[in-house]
Write a protein that binds this ligand. Structure first.
Ligand code: SER
Length: 555
């Protein structure tokens, strides 16, 4: 039985039992308190407290789904035989339509008759506090001839997901895997209670349970684990939703790329916050474990789900991959040398979790508190640095001013390269029409000098050099000689713009293959100097003793 068949048999089975089949919800839940869809019941949370609305929305109380899910809580276990960050969950749900008896009888029939599997043991809730021991479930199982029935504690009490929600005792079904071990196949939750707080608060005894008006049923069957059992495979990677990955690293890549493809297909892009950050972490972790470019893996995943899910990563995975591969090697070297996690994050793009993982592998200690403190400062700065850029009211970041701003950086580097390496900036002003720079210089520029500076800048424009923003500690930025405005006060963490050298160039002034320009700056800038057009100095004059002013334009 292949994956498509198992999935459709499940849905057909419940359809025949009077359930409406509902399409899977997006991985991005409507519930803002949860980052991703982590369980089949999530899109149906509100029906447990308002069951009458199910009649309206589904013309009935009973439904079933095959739901795509993301769970990253066990990300460090991915690579063993069962843990995944992306998985599908088969589930049947009832909002007052039926209770324990039907739920257990359906599950038993599906597992033993439809799939022909043997149930090795089941569990039931032993009771605690206001929730009584689940004798009813125990008796139903016994009536079905299941011999091994075990009482269990908080592991068989489920929910709530997010900040609050329905929850209740569960009964779990275990079957033997190909190695002869018991694996949990199906979790059947009886949503009899509503919890006003999170699971964490419930476990600490900080919140109480309220009995729901009608009992709900919420079941979840991990699809990949089920497949491994049905197909008698030793790991989920040997089923037909993977490609037989054996080595841990290959398995991590296969899992993470699958998760990333699904997340992007539901509209998330890599970023430094929230869902985008988790996505970034998955891709970067895959890059770390993959010696090959990720393209082939992306294609393999698409092929597995052809005709079932529409997957399109819109080039995002490869974009993220190329960004991270550029810094990964250097970052790893810096890590070996003892670089702190904040620098690894801001300069080399290492998510903190990756640094922690590396530290664990190497038996090193990480000062998380220090990292968090620096991050808090960094975030404060990121918010203000953009606004801080055009001092003196130039608030309009349109295309022209952004181009002139980059030209401004090139001009300073050009003056240092062609006139005097000690030239320092004393002030700047940019409008849509022109840039203006004041700088320390002991003489009026000769015509040849102006011409040389112009040519130098235009040469760099023609070279098509990339402009890159990095956030560095003030001390580090000073150490690498970043240009700062004379007399200006800078925070502990600063935003620095680099105009990168072209691979063929040996730029004058800074020599070798080092950046053409490094300046403290809040941005924004163009991405590449080729976007600038032609640079022309319009005027050079004195503003004060030892201070000169240049006005220049781009045409
Ligand atoms: N909500 C339960 C789970 O996620 C059953 O679907 O396991």
């Amino acid at each position: 039985m292949n994956s498509d068949e198992v999935r459709s048999r499940f849905l057909k089975f419940f359809q025949n039992k009077g359930h409406k089949i509902i399409p899977p919800a997006s991985l991005i839940p409507g519930d803002p308190t949860v980052l991703f869809t982590t369980a089949g019941m999530q899109q149906f949370k509100s029906y447990y407290t308002n069951p009458a609305s199910a009649d309206k929305d589904f013309s009935g109380r009973n439904i079933a789904t095959a739901q795509k899910c993301i769970r990253t809580g066990d990300i460090d276990k991915v690579g063993d035989t069962t843990h995944l960050t992306f998985f599908e969950m088969l589930g049947n749900f009832s909002f007052g339509g039926y209770g324990r008896k039907e739920a257990i009888i359906y599950a038993h029939e599906f597992i033993t008759k439809e799939l022909g599997l043997e149930i090795s043991h089941v569990t039931f809730y032993k009771g605690e506090g206001v929730v009584p021991r689940d004798e009813e479930s125990k008796d139903i199982w016994a009536g079905l001839g299941v011999g091994d029935i075990r009482a269990d504690g908080s592991d068989v009490f489920w929910g709530p997901t997010g900040d609050s929600g329905p929850c209740g005792p569960t009964t779990e079904i275990y079957c033997k895997n190909a190695e002869g071990q018991d694996v949990e196949i199906w979790n059947i939750v009886f949503n009899e209670y509503f919890c006003e707080g999170s699971r964490e608060k419930l476990d600490k005894g900080e919140v109480k349970l309220k009995k729901l008006e009608v009992m709900g049923v919420d079941t979840g069957m991990g699809f990949e684990r089920l497949l491994a059992t049905v197909q008698k495979k030793k790991s989920v990677y040997e089923t037909d939703v993977f490609n037989g990955e054996q080595i841990k690293e290959e398995r991590i890549v296969a899992d993470h790329i699958k998760a990333s493809l699904f997340i992007i297909s539901d509209g998330v892009a890599p970023s430094n916050t929230g869902r985008g950050y988790i996505l970034r972490r998955l891709i970067r972790r895959a890059v770390r474990f993959s010696k090959q470019p990720l393209t082939r893996q992306i294609e393999k995943v698409k092929k597995i789900y052809e005709g079932v899910y529409e997957l399109d990563d819109k080039g995002e995975i490869e974009k993220e991959e190329s960004k991270f591969r550029r810094t990964l090697k250097h970052g790893l070297k810096e890590f070996e040398k003892g670089a702190d996690p904040f620098t690894l994050f801001t300069t080399y793009g290492f998510p903190i979790e990756l640094t922690l993982e590396l530290a664990k592998e190497k038996g090193k200690k990480i000062d998380l508190e220090d990292f968090n403190r620096k991050m808090a400062e960094h975030q404060k700065l990121s918010k203000t640095s953009f606004a801080g850029m055009f001092k003196g009211g130039l608030a309009n970041h349109n295309e022209k001013t952004i181009q002139l701003h980059t030209a401004h950086h090139l001009l300073l580097a050009g003056l240092q390269a062609m006139v005097d390496k000690n030239i320092k900036q004393r002030g700047s002003n940019i409008t849509e029409e022109r840039l203006r720079m004041d700088f320390l210089c002991d003489h009026k520029l000769y015509d040849e000098e102006k011409k040389k500076v112009e040519d130098w800048v235009n040469d760099k424009i023609k070279m098509g050099l990339n402009i890159v923003r990095r956030e560095l500690l003030l001390a580090e930025a000073e150490k690498i000689g970043a240009e700062m405005e004379f007399g200006a006060k800078y925070p502990e963490i600063v935003s620095v713009y680099f105009i990168e050298p072209s691979p063929q160039s040996s730029p004058e002034g800074r020599g070798g293959n080092s950046p053409i320009s490094i300046e403290f700056c809040g941005g924004p800038h163009v991405k590449n100097t080729s976007e600038l057009g032609h640079f022309k100095i319009q005027k050079e004059e004195a503003v004060a003793q030892g201070i000169r002013r240049i006005k220049a334009i781009l045409i």
